[in-house]
Design a protein around this ligand. Structure first.
Ligand code: HEM
Length: 468
């Protein structure tokens, strides 16, 4: 049978899990990682009233997530109330015909809107230039101490914004800041896991208060998106060039007899993009600056490479990417250590799945711990060390299959190329223009994360100096 800590009636494995990490509620991925070091990369754990299989290594995650029986999520009424309209909609959380159809439409549409092509790249390059300008304003073109943990929130949200309807916000826009706070209430809430897994918790303080706070915030955000969809629907002309995802959805709606093209489906897809895409990009970048501050020798090598290949350019574009091997390795190392989406959305199997030497029976609940895979000591040797060189061989960048920040298999992230391109552009343009170092009279930032579904660095400030 599958190994794991003892599972007791009513409290599951909780008393044993506490021995591994007393902060298990806030850091479930870290706790599971420690437990996996004892019980193995496929283990069975009792959480709340349910038994879970937890996968922590590449081979097992690969095997599992390629199976047709692995693509369904477990139903959660609480989750659907908070996130959607009382039933699973959008792309991230539904399954069955709706998911299959809308994922296909999503992949096609993101490609059509210029993922990897010029139009979206232009918007991203513009956003990187604006970001550099904004930082220069903050430090008066010279130097200053700047809070970095949420610095990339607005620019990243603008990328998603541009993807859905083609406009952008100024960074000082209060309305945009409010929307980010509404989303963060949901994605960065550390008790969200137990709250959505155990329905009764929403009636028990302090969870009841957390629940109503998230619900109020998400309702406001849904209303904001609903209004956006209404105004875009009024503006929409089918014969014009597509301005974004909303236009593509409305075009398809007019053409098809499919029942999937309802306003609420569109609204939740937009919520997917905002919650799944903007915080993840932003927190990856915030961790990038943090690691480069703590490891100046890495930052120096990145800057040296950027100066060598891009000093003649007013702004770095994707055209330079292939030459910038050290920068690419550094971004990969940032993504590995940041693991901004530490646990992929949990699954419920619809048939038996063989994973390594174990069979996970139909109906099993499964978590893929990407954080644990990214920190596996056997594979990485020194997983806690920030060392981009692990992805370089003979001066070339080499991928490692054990870095999968976007998940793997049939439900892999559909925004991967948007995210990869944007992270490259924002990171390289910031590093070329500014030097980041520990701020005098501020504590040295810690890499310890905060958050829930998405994680990011704790609040930190660094000294930023212009390089130009
Ligand atoms: C650094 C940035 C990002 C990271 C780390 C990330 C990570 C992930 C992960 C781990 C999953 C779950 C995969 C699984 O269940 O196996 C996922 C799914 C998804 N992501 Fe992303 N993501 C990022 C950016 C984006 C962006 C920019 C978008 C939208 C433009 C996006 C849209 C989605 C969607 C729609 C899904 C659901 C796919 C499905 O269930 O079929 N993500 N992402």
């Amino acid at each position: 049978s599958v190994p794991g800590p003892p599972i007791l009636p009513f409290c599951g494995s909780a008393p044993f899990l506490l021995l591994f990490d007393t902060k298990m509620i806030s850091y479930p991925y870290r706790m599971m990682h420690k437990v996996a070091q004892k019980y193995g990369n496929v283990m069975k754990v009792g959480l709340g009233m349910q038994d879970w299989y937890v996968l922590s290594s590449f081979e097992e995650i690969q095997e599992f997530s390629m199976s047709d029986f692995s693509v369904s999520h477990l139903p959660s009424k609480t989750f659907d109330e908070l996130y959607s309209f009382d039933r699973p909609l959008g792309i991230i959380f539904p399954d069955g015909a709706l998911w299959k159809h809308q994922r296909k439409f999503g992949v096609k549409t993101l490609r059509q809107l210029g993922v990897g092509k010029s139009s979206l790249e232009d918007k991203m390059v513009l956003e990187s230039s604006k970001l550099v300008q904004y930082m220069n304003q903050l430090i008066n073109g010279k130097s200053g101490v700047v809070a970095m943990s949420d610095f990339f929130d607005l620019p990243s949200l603008n990328i998603i914004w541009g993807l859905i309807n083609s406009s952008r916000f100024e960074y000082t826009d209060q309305k945009l800041k409010e929307q980010i706070q509404l989303i963060n209430k949901f994605t960065m809430e550390s008790t969200i896991g137990p709250l959505v897994a155990m329905r009764s918790l929403k009636y028990v303080p302090p969870f009841s208060l957390i629940y109503s706070d998230i619900k109020n915030n998400m309702d406001k955000f849904k209303l904001f998106i609903r209004n956006l969809v209404s105004s875009e629907t009024e503006r929409f002309r089918e014969d014009e060039e597509l301005k974004g995802y909303i236009d593509a959805f409305l075009t398809e709606k007019n053409k098809t007899s499919s029942e999937f093209y309802e306003d609420e489906q569109l609204i939740v897809t937009m919520i997917d993009f905002f919650t799944g895409g903007s915080g993840t990009m932003s927190k990856t970048l915030a961790y990038g600056i943090l690691y480069c501050t703590l490891y100046p020798q890495v930052a120096e090598k990145v800057v040296k490479e950027l100066e060598e290949y891009t000093s003649h350019l007013p702004v770095i574009t994707l055209a330079s990417r292939n030459e910038l091997v050290y920068t690419e390795a550094t971004i990969t190392e940032i993504s590995r250590l940041a693991s901004v989406l530490p646990i992929a959305p949990p699954r419920k199997t619809t048939g038996d799945i063989q994973v390594g030497k174990y069979t996970l029976p139909k109906g099993s609940l499964v978590q893929m711990n990407l954080y644990a895979m990214h920190r596996n000591t056997e594979h990485w040797g020194d997983p806690e060390v920030f060392r981009p060189e692990r992805f370089l061989k003979d001066g070339k960048f080499v991928q490692d299959e054990w870095v999968q920040p976007f998940g793997y298999g049939k439900r892999k992230c559909i925004g991967e190329s948007v995210a990869r391109n944007n992270t490259f552009l924002m990171f390289s343009n910031m590093m070329r223009n500014f030097k980041f170092s520990p701020a005098p009279s501020h504590p040295l930032p810690t890499t310890e994360p905060v958050g829930g579904l998405t994680i990011g660095p704790q609040e930190y400030s660094v000294l930023v100096e212009s390089r130009i």
